[in-house]
Design a binder for this molecule. Structure first.
Ligand code: NAD
Ligand code: LMR
Length: 332
């Protein structure tokens, strides 16, 4: 029997990530090839004409799974009954700007949209915040939408996770799908800690630890980490625009794995509210390794953390604590 359509909200849908993301959702990349969708696209009034152009293109593409499109600048209409909310809307970082510079512009948007989601989204709506500062926007959304369960509010660090897999695959000249279980700890910022201590590479003779195969601790402990940390800035420098197709694709990976589950033996990175695991302050939205089953994520427990990792995990947590107080000072 055909499934009922799921309603998927994309805010900032007239922007560049939105333009890459909505056709992926309409093709089933996010929720599966048998899941019909109704797209809710929100953007601000000055972008209304462009948003309508995106709607026209969605109609023209004749996607079999796409059962309807709502294109609006009314946040209440946009949030009505949505099952999934992908929050991309906001002000992007431009060349030379630090993520903190975009903070004041974006946290107030997330405070306002928290109430709309809380009041109008479907019960158990899953929320993914993409717009930067992603962890802190998600934190603000969580704190100003107290009736949405904490476990339903997440932020995107899957792009960083995928970047880490990509760097290992390039270095070892193996296919990226053979590399797994990297971890992004912490903030989606240059303090994030890409950790390959538990990552493996599949080969004919089974799975081998990345550290064993790369055998160059110097590279893994320095250049690899900074390349992943700085990848967003490198894309901005090259494109004069922030990453879009990789962000859209990773947003689909995040929701797909959350809703449909992670493959056995594989974890992914998601920004989720901390329950105190690994000594990270409770309540922060921090990126952890997670597995997903039956539409719920759980933090992978019991991983051995060495001194090098501990220092980096704490440094990125410290930045999140600072961002939180900066966000509140911007809101006041
Ligand atoms: P963009 O400027 O092309 O698009 C943003 C869109 O949001 C615009 O169309 C704008 O009109 C709209 N917008 C602004 N205020 C809004 C509001 N209050 N409600 C709804 N829409 C609103 O930017 P982009 O390149 O698509 O990037 C979007 C965000 O995603 C940025 O904050 C960027 O820094 C972030 N980003 C995050 C990641 C990640 O991995 N977490 C990766 C790439 C980009
Ligand atoms: C990215 O990681 O590509 C984006 O978050 C852009 C940025 O602001 O760093």
């Amino acid at each position: 029997m055909a499934k009922n359509p799921m309603r998927v909200l994309v805010t900032g849908a007239a922007g560049q990530i939105g333009y890459a993301l909505v056709p992926m959702i309409a093709r089933g990349v996010m929720l599966g090839p048998d899941q019909p969708v109704i797209l809710h696209m929100l953007d601000i009034e000055p972008a209304a004409e462009a948003l309508n152009g995106v709607k026209m293109e969605l109609v023209d593409a004749a996607f079999p799974l796409l059962k309807g499109v709502v294109a609006t600048s009314d946040v209440v209409e946009a949030c009505k009954d949505v099952n999934i909310a992908v929050m991309v809307g906001g002000f992007p970082r431009k060349e030379g700007m630090e993520r903190k510079d975009v903070m004041s512009k974006n946290v107030s948007i997330y405070k306002a949209q928290a109430s709309a989601l809380e009041k109008h989204a479907a019960p158990n709506c899953k929320v993914l915040v993409v717009a930067n500062p992603a962890n802190t926007n998600a934190l603000i959304l969580k704190e100003f939408a107290p009736s949405i369960p904490e476990k339903n509010i997440t932020c995107l660090t899957r792009l960083d996770h995928n970047r880490a897999l990509g760097q290992i695959s390039e270095r070892l000249k193996v296919h990226v799908s053979d590399v797994k279980n990297a971890i992004i700890w912490g903030n989606h910022s240059s303090t994030q800690y890409p950790d390959v201590n538990h990552a493996t590479v599949a080969s004919n003779s089974g799975e081998k630890p990345v550290r064993e195969i790369v055998a160059d601790d110097n590279w893994l402990n320095s250049e690899f980490i900074t390349t992943v940390q700085q990848r967003g800035a490198a894309i901005i420098k090259a494109r004069k625009l922030s990453s879009a197709l990789s962000a859209a694709s990773s947003a689909c990976d995040h929701i797909r794995d959350w809703v449909l589950g992670t493959p056995k033996g594989t974890w992914v990175s998601m920004g989720v509210h901390s329950d105190g695991s690994y000594g990270i302050q409770k309540g922060l939205i921090y990126s952890f390794p997670v597995t997903c089953e039956n539409g719920e994520w759980s933090i992978v427990q019991g991983l051995k953390i060495d001194e090098f990792s501990r220092a980096k995990m704490d440094a990125t947590a410290k930045e999140l604590v600072e961002e939180k107080s900066l966000a509140y000072s911007c809101l006041n």
